[in-house]
Design a protein around this ligand. Structure first.
Ligand code: SDX
Length: 394
C-alpha cells in the first residue's frame, strides 16, 4: 500500500492491452497461439508455419507458406557491419552479441530508416505497415545467423553459409556446426522454436512494447527485449537449470538442491515456478517427452535427464512448492537435449530469442494499431521544499 494508492509490484495481473496472439490458462496449464492449442501445433506444425500463424494471425495456405519460406531464406544474410560487431564480441556472452547485432542490423537497414522517418512525422499507414512486416520477417530470418556466427567466431571457426534446402531449424544447426544436422536434433530445435514462439506479455515482450510505444524502431525494441530475456529469472533460466543438473550430476543429490530452494532467501530453483502458470507448464510437458526420446536414442552420459527427473519428483512432492503452486516451467527440460547436441549452455537463451522474436514483433505490430506511450507513475514517499544548505555549513 502507499499514500497514493495500491502499488502493483511487478505489475502482477495488470492488463496493458487486448490481444489475439496468444492466451494462457494459468490454472489449467493451457496455451493457445491464435486459438490453436500448443499441443496440436507441436504435433502437426513447424516453426515456419507457426511463425506465420503468430505474425499474420492465421494458418497459411501451401502457396503462402512457400512464399513466406522463400522470403525468410532470402533474408538470412547480415550487413557487413553486423558481422563485424559479432566478431568484436566473440569473447563475450552471446546474449550481449545478439543485443548489439540486432541494433547494428537495424542501424543500416534501409527499410528501418524509411519507417523511422515516417514514424517521426507520425505516419503509420498501409505503406509503413508493409515495411514493418518486412522488417519483422527479416528479424525472424536473421537471428539464427547472428547466433551461429557468434558461435563460429567464439571457436575461431570459419563462418558457414546458409543452405536454402534446409528448414529454419535444420539450417540453424548447420550454420552452428557446419555439418548435416541429425534429423532428431533438427526436430528438437524445431519443436523448441514452436514452444517458445509467444507467451502473451512476459517481461521481454513488455519491454518491447515500452520501447515501440515511444515510436522507436522495431530493431531497437527487439534488442531491448533480448536484454530483458537475458536475466536468470526469465530466459536465462534454461542455461542455469542445466548448469545445476551438471553440478549435481547424481540424482540422489537432487533432494538437497530442492531443499535449499525452500529456505527463506535461498537460491530459486531454476526452471520452476511461473507468474501465470499455477500448474505444470504445457510446454515443459511436451519438451520432457522429446528429451526422454532424445536420451533414449543418444544416451544420458551426464545424468542430466535422470537428475532433472529426480528434481521434478522432489518438487511435485514438496509441500513448499505445492503450497505455492510451483511446477516445472518451459526452461526445466529444454536444455538437456541441446546440451547433448553440442550446443554450449550459454547459447540456450539466444535460441530462446531466435524463437521468441516472432512473438515480440507480432505484439509490437498489434500494439501499433492502437499505440499509446507507456508512462506509469511512482508514489513519492520523500520530503518536500527542503532548504538548500551551503556546503561549508553541512
Ligand atoms: C520464463 O512470464 C513468462 O511467460 C515467462 C516465460 C515465457 O515464455 O516468456 O514463461 C519464460 O521466463 C519461465 C520462467 C523462468 N524462470 C525461472 O525458472 C526462474 C525461477 N523462477 C522464479 O524466479 C519465479 O518463479 C518466477 C520469476 C518465474 C516468477 O516469479 P513471481 O511470479 O514474481 O513469483 P514470486 O517471486 O512472487 O514467488 C512466490 C513465492 C515466493 O515465496 P514466498 O515469498 O511466498 O515465501 O514462491 C517462491 C518465492 O520465493 N518461488 C520460488 C521459486 N519461484 C517462486 N522458490 C524457489 N524456487 C523457485 N523457482
Amino acid at each position: 500500500q502507499s499514500p497514493c494508492g495500491p502499488i502493483v509490484h511487478g505489475l502482477e495481473d495488470v492488463l496493458i492491452k487486448n490481444t489475439t496472439i496468444s492466451d494462457i490458462d494459468g490454472e489449467k496449464g493451457i496455451l493457445w497461439y491464435r486459438g490453436y492449442r500448443i499441443e496440436d501445433l507441436a504435433k502437426f506444425s513447424n516453426y515456419e508455419e507457426v511463425s506465420f500463424l503468430v505474425l499474420y494471425g492465421r494458418l497459411p495456405t501451401r502457396s503462402e507458406l512457400k512464399e513466406y519460406e522463400r522470403r525468410l531464406k532470402s533474408s538470412r544474410d547480415l550487413h557487413p557491419a553486423t558481422v563485424e560487431v559479432i566478431r568484436a564480441l566473440a569473447k563475450a556472452h552471446p546474449m550481449f552479441a545478439l543485443e548489439a547485432a540486432v541494433a547494428a542490423e537495424g542501424a543500416y537497414d534501409e527499410d528501418n530508416q524509411k519507417l523511422i522517418e515516417a514514424l517521426r512525422v507520425g505516419r503509420y499507414k498501409a505503406e509503413e505497415k508493409e515495411l514493418a512486416y518486412r522488417i519483422a520477417e527479416k528479424l525472424i530470418a536473421k537471428l539464427p545467423t547472428m547466433v551461429a556466427y557468434h558461435y563460429r567466431f567464439s571457436k575461431g571457426l570459419e563462418l558457414v553459409r546458409p543452405r536454402d534446402d534446409l528448414s529454419h531449424a535444420a539450417n540453424f544447426l548447420y550454420m552452428m556446426f557446419g555439418k548435416e544436422p541429425d534429423p532428431l536434433a533438427a526436430k528438437g530445435i524445431d519443436l523448441y522454436l514452436i514452444l517458445h514462439a509467444d507467451h502473451e506479455v512476459p517481461a521481454s515482450t513488455f519491454t518491447a512494447h515500452v520501447v515501440v510505444s515511444t515510436l522507436s524502431d522495431l530493431y531497437s525494441s527487439v534488442a531491448a527485449a533480448i536484454a530483458a530475456l537475458k536475466g536468470p529469472l526469465h530466459g536465462g533460466a534454461n542455461e542455469m537449470a542445466v548448469r545445476n543438473y551438471l553440478e549435481i550430476g547424481d540424482p540422489s543429490k537432487a533432494k538437497e538442491l530442492v531443499e535449499a530452494a525452500t529456505k527463506p532467501g535461498g537460491p530459486k530453483l531454476m526452471g520452476v515456478g511461473h507468474r501465470v502458470y499455477k500448474a505444470y507448464d504445457p510446454r515443459a510437458r511436451i519438451f520432457k517427452e522429446f528429451s526422454r526420446d532424445y536420451v533414449a536414442k543418444f544416451g544420458d552420459p551426464k545424468n542430466l535427464f535422470a537428475v532433472a527427473s529426480a528434481i521434478e519428483h522432489e518438487v511435485l512432492n514438496n509441500p513448499y512448492f505445492q503450497q505455492r503452486k510451483l511446477y516445472p516451467n518451459v526452461d526445466f527440460w529444454s536444455g538437456i537435449a541441446f546440451y547433448y547436441m553440442g550446443v554450449p549452455y550459454e547459447y540456450f537463451t539466444p535460441i530462446f530469442a531466435v524463437s521468441r522474436v516472432v512473438g515480440w514483433v507480432a505484439h509490437i505490430l498489434e500494439y501499433w494499431e492502437n499505440n499509446r506511450i507507456f508512462r506509469p507513475r511512482a508514489c513519492y514517499a520523500g520530503p518536500h521544499d527542503l532548504q538548500y544548505i551551503p556546503i561549508d555549513q553541512r
